[in-house]
Design a protein around this ligand. Structure first.
Ligand code: 7TS
Length: 413
């Protein structure tokens, strides 16, 4: 643990905050303190400008027009795909499928796997998942007859890898796990999880929704089969995201949706599908969103992921120590390796009540089960208060949170 008063000078946070117009607004008469970054991140002016520029200057449909606007929009959209490919270090550009977000990417893969699985096969999910990385696989098991098994977690909120070893067998066809837990902040040892799955011939899908705001995954180094994420968690807009898939898998998987853009040739007798990535991109995509996603990736890289990780870790340590000083406060998720998410409860007080009082003070946190009900069941609680920090948050804001929690405690007990 670092010292509480260690200086947080790795980033020029004061300058960075000026990029985010929303941070100037007041909520309930108080300056906004935005600690709901795990739900969605805020958007810098550089990305907002790209969105305004798109609709002001070259709004057009892509991959189909001979006219100038369509060609400009196509170039920028495909340039964004290049940026995303470089960022994740995918081997081929066509391994990057632009989706509407993490949920879409997972459903696309789960739907495609229906034809590969049969009764007796097993798929493994971790106990730490968001509902997005549970429900589509349950639906897949219902369709295919495969069995869903769960890699358990311990009290700290870490996966128990010795149990994972026991679950793996030649029946295991797929493993899906998040890179970082949204409810607890645990960073999972995905390198090891992927290696072990590959040893028994299983494919792995990693849900990177919570990881991409904090670190830069290298899909080739990880040797992961599928990696999914959402732009809106990493300074981009909502309604757009990415599915990375190894070429060999994407070639094997059937298309998810039929429609325009994903075909090579259509007759009433037979349709042939377009090459990757278009085979998985039916219909008019979120063109502006895709372009802005590329701009968000550039924005975050300009700040630098090493600096982001170091600074956010300092915020995490600072907030953890300060919150634990509050009598009756319990933190859920104390993994050795965790990111800047703190889930907590106060003795005898419902999380919703704390969240409501904090909102009156302009402090935005999420309360409830965080779309991760199995984790709440594990701890036998209805939910938590979750404060999730981004690189544009400050120690002063954390002080306001701590004061706010103390005040809520006084009011509610
Ligand atoms: N997977 C994880 C790990 C997530 O945290 C989320 C969203 C999703 C999948 C779904 O992402 P979407 O962009 O497709 O909706 N998590 C949260 C959260 O923690 N609070 O609000 C949304």
């Amino acid at each position: 643990m670092m010292k509480i008063n260690a200086p947080l000078q790795t980033l020029n946070v004061e300058k960075i905050r000026k990029d985010f117009p929303i941070l100037l607004r007041k909520v309930n008469g108080k300056p906004l303190v935005y600690f709901d970054n795990a739900a969605t991140s805020q958007t810098p002016q550089q990305v907002i400008d790209v969105i305004v520029d798109y609709y002001s200057n070259y709004n057009a449909n892509i991959h189909r027009g001979v006219h100038t606007l369509s060609q400009e929009a196509t170039d920028k959209y495909e340039h964004a795909r290049d940026t995303i490919q470089r960022h994740f270090n995918a081997k081929h550009k066509h391994e990057i499928i632009l989706t509407s977000g993490t949920t879409h990417g997972i459903n696309l893969v789960a739907s495609g796997f229906s034809s590969f699985l049969k009764k007796g096969d097993e798929v493994l999910v971790s106990a730490l998942e968001h509902h997005s990385n549970i429900v589509p696989w349950q639906m897949l098991c219902e369709r295919s007859g495969a069995t869903l098994r769960v890699i358990p977690m311990n009290q700290e909120g870490e996966l128990i890898l010795s149990e994972y070893d026991k679950l793996l067998s030649d029946k295991t066809k797929l493993v899906f796990v998040n890179h970082i837990s949204n409810a607890l902040g645990t960073i999972n040892p995905i390198e090891e999880i992927i290696k072990k799955a590959h040893n028994v011939g299983a494919a792995v899908l990693v849900d990177g929704a919570q990881a991409c705001p904090h670190l830069k995954p290298d899909v080739q180094a990880l040797d992961v089969d599928f990696y999914v994420t959402s732009a809106h968690k990493m300074c981009g807009p909502t309604g757009v995201g990415m599915l990375y898939g190894k070429e060999e898998w994407l070639k094997k998987l059937p298309p998810y949706q039929g429609g325009g853009e994903m075909i090579a040739e259509v007759t009433f007798e037979k349709t042939t599908y377009a090459d990757l990535p278009h085979k998985f991109e039916a219909g008019t995509p979120n063109i502006c969103g895709g372009i802005a996603f590329g701009a968000a990736v550039d924005y975050m890289n300009n700040i630098g992921f090493d600096a982001i990780a170091k600074y956010e870790h300092e915020l995490l340590v600072y907030a953890t120590q300060k919150l634990l000083d509050i009598h009756g406060l319990k933190i859920y998720g104390t993994a050795k390796n965790k990111t800047s998410v703190i889930s907590f409860n106060l003795d005898g007080i419902h999380p919703y009540d704390i969240g409501t009082i904090l909102d009156k003070m302009g402090i935005a946190v999420r309360t409830g089960h965080h779309c991760a009900q199995p984790i709440m069941d594990f701890y036998q609680i209805p939910g938590t208060v979750r404060a999730s920090f981004a690189f544009y948050n400050t120690k002063e804001e954390i002080d306001k949170l701590v004061d706010g929690v103390k005040k809520a405690q006084r009011m509610l007990t």
